[in-house]
Design a protein around this ligand. Structure first.
Ligand SMILES: Cc1cc2nc3c(=O)[nH]c(=O)nc-3n(C[C@H](O)[C@H](O)[C@H](O)COP(=O)(O)OP(=O)(O)OC[C@H]3O[C@@H](n4cnc5c(N)ncnc54)[C@H](O)[C@@H]3O)c2cc1C
Length: 213
């Protein structure tokens, strides 16, 4: 299991469960009654289902999941979802923008369709150690990383929105945003100001800044 102090990877047996990149499942906590949605990060042909999860301070389900050991069981719902990175309009060219664990659905897409990378992937993290599978993502697509909490040579220091000028603007492109609500709102406004139709902006919110995350 890969992990940084704040983020960990969880791997579960797939048991033949079909899913589409962008799907979530509900994972349950210790009482097997309370659940939260988590986006799949693995590819559609992988034998395991993997997740990239942020451990929330005092979080009921994320803490429980972070403490699982190999062989432990975790209750899971069937996959569901509506966010479909790279899959609109007959796989039209795409730009992906993620913060934190919002990278998960884009990893699932890239693990499923490595032959159809996005035009660009912008990825924002607080610290470099929180960047998941960086080398592999860099191999698979044109990745631009923003690190807000520390200065790292070679990467943008600041929010991922500081990289937006690198995003190509075209009516042929679909834009997929995933992660923190403030990033999603700021990028949506930025794209709309440049004439991108709202039907080409696809959004999946994992976290709300107003919760104090
Ligand atoms: C469609 C969808 C997909 C998601 N996929 C992922 C994923 O792949 N990886 C991942 O790490 N998370 C993902 N999440 C977030 C996840 O579902 C939980 O909200 C998160 O793990 C917190 O649950 P918890 O039980 O640990 O915390 P809780 O016990 O519910 O809350 C603990 C504290 O954490 C804070 N908190 C809880 N939820 C949020 C929130 N959404 N935003 C801001 N602060 C919050 C609050 O301050 C709260 O008091 C996704 C959410 C959605 C809606």
């Amino acid at each position: 299991m890969w992990r940084s102090p704040g983020i960990f990877e969880l791997k579960l047996h797939r048991n033949g469960m079909p899913f589409v990149p962008g799907d979530c499942v509900a994972l349950f906590g210790s009482d097997e009654e309370e659940s939260r949605p988590y986006s799949l990060a693995s590819g559609r042909d992988d034998q395991v289902m993997s997740f990239v999860i942020r451990r929330m301070p005092g979080g009921v389900v994320s803490t429980f999941l972070s403490e699982r050991k190999p062989g432990d069981e975790v209750r899971m719902s069937p996959p569901f979802g509506w966010f479909r990175p790279g899959q609109a309009e007959g796989n039209a060219p795409s730009v992906f923008i993620a913060t934190g664990t919002g990278i998960a659905p884009f990893m699932s897409y890239l693990n499923s369709f490595p032959e159809r990378p996005p035009v660009k992937l912008l990825y924002g993290v607080r610290f470099l150690e929180d960047a998941v599978d960086l080398d592999r993502l860099q191999d698979l697509c044109d990745l631009r990383l923003a690190v807000s909490g520390e200065s790292v040579p070679g990467y943008h220091h600041g929010r991922v929105t500081g990289l937006l000028e690198q995003v190509p603007i075209s009516n042929a492109v679909h834009y997929y945003l995933c992660g923190l609500d403030t990033m999603i709102d700021d990028v949506t406004i930025w794209l709309e100001k440049r004439g991108v139709p709202v039907t080409h902006i696809h959004r999946e919110c994992f976290f709300n800044a107003s919760y104090g995350s």
